[in-house]
Design a binder for this molecule. Structure first.
Ligand code: NDP
Length: 296
């Protein structure tokens, strides 16, 4: 059997960003509207600082307004909530993202629930989560939205496919399972208590790994020809004392069995920020009574 096709997240994300930039230009031209995204970073976590910088850079490259608000690592929950309230009230801000994780003294749930659901471009507010379940104008979490775009680029038709999502977090696994259900897949949501996980995975035409365990999904867990989406980002040490990023799927083994697979890095990762930009455009349009671009 031929080697799996590599699903190129970098190229796909560049396409999404180009579409967003064209939509932003049209909104400026036709409506005098510039979408704006505010990112709040609490503390000095180096990985978070890199993400926030990238988000700022890509927001500006798409022609949108971007603001970064930095609060000290010892900021109180009340201070973070006050910042969110100010951004909720600012009409130039259409999207608000509070970078997670937050320091221990700040409860993430309280902060997420304080964000105006119309500006919740991460899609983590219970109103948006509820709309994803029940139908309605949800803002959909960025990583699952990115996974779905990659799958729709890869497969002609998702309807009727057996989809197995391993991992049930609120930010990846659960919303992705709902999106796949929306595409008429038959969805199984697996987790740490799933019995015979290998056997469950082997049923999948679409297999998504969102666990956070390097190389956990082995080649013989994969149905020949399956589309494999690897969301995991794991840092593993190298012999030279540095580290490299690997996914949750044993990539070399999977290559020989799968029909298509996302690499790590360069698969799902680049799609996440691209979808954040797309969500910001959607949020800005809805806040101004303009029909948003068709969502993927
Ligand atoms: P969480 O830690 O919140 O959730 C992990 C999930 O994996 C849980 O549902 C857990 O099950 C399940 N799990 C843990 N161990 C096993 C096991 N042995 N067998 C089966 N299931 C298991 O992680 P996230 O969803 O936040 O992230 C998952 C991965 O995706 C991480 O590597 C993260 O870095 C990456 N990620 C990548 C993004 C990107 O942009 N590419 C964005 C977000 C995350 P249970 O619920 O039973 O505990």
């Amino acid at each position: 059997m031929a080697e799996a096709r590599i699903i190129d997240g970098k190229t796909c994300a560049a396409g999404v960003r180009a579409e967003v930039a064209a939509q932003v230009a049209a909104l400026g031209r036709d409506h005098g509207l510039t979408p704006g995204l505010a990112v709040v970073l609490v503390g000095e976590d180096p990985a978070s600082a890199v993400y926030v910088r990238n988000k700022g850079r890509q927001t500006e490259a798409a022609g949108m307004n971007g603001w970064q608000h930095r609060l000290a690592a010892d900021a109180t929950e009340a201070e973070v909530l006050a910042k969110v309230a100010a951004l909720n009230a600012d009409p130039a801000v259409h999207g608000i993202l509070v970078q997670l994780p937050l320091p221990a003294q700040v409860e993430a749930r309280a902060v997420i629930e304080a964000i105006d659901p119309a500006k919740d471009v991460d899609g983590f507010h219970p109103i948006n989560a509820g709309r994803l379940v029940a139908g309605g104008e949800a803002l959909v979490p960025c990583t699952p939205r990115g996974c779905l775009i990659l799958l729709r680029e890869t497969l002609d038709d998702l309807a009727g496919a057996e989809a197995v999502v391993v991992g049930r977090s609120n930010i990846v696994g659960k919303p992705l399972a709902l999106l796949l259900l929306g595409q008429n897949c038959t969805v199984t949501l697996a987790h740490s208590r799933t019995r015979d996980l290998a056997g469950v995975c082997r049923r999948a035409d679409i297999l998504v790994a969102a666990v956070g365990r390097a190389g956990m999904i082995r080649g013989d867990w994969i149905k020949p020809g399956a589309a494999v989406i690897d969301v995991g980002i794991n840092r593993v040490p190298t012999e030279s004392g540095k580290h490299r990023l690997v996914g949750d799927v044993a990539f070399d083994e999977a290559l020989a069995v799968a029909g298509a697979i996302t690499p790590v890095p360069g698969g799902v990762g680049p799609m996440t920020i691209a979808c954040l930009l797309a969500n910001t455009v959607t949020a800005a349009c809805r806040q101004h009574g303009i029909a948003p671009p068709e969502a993927a």
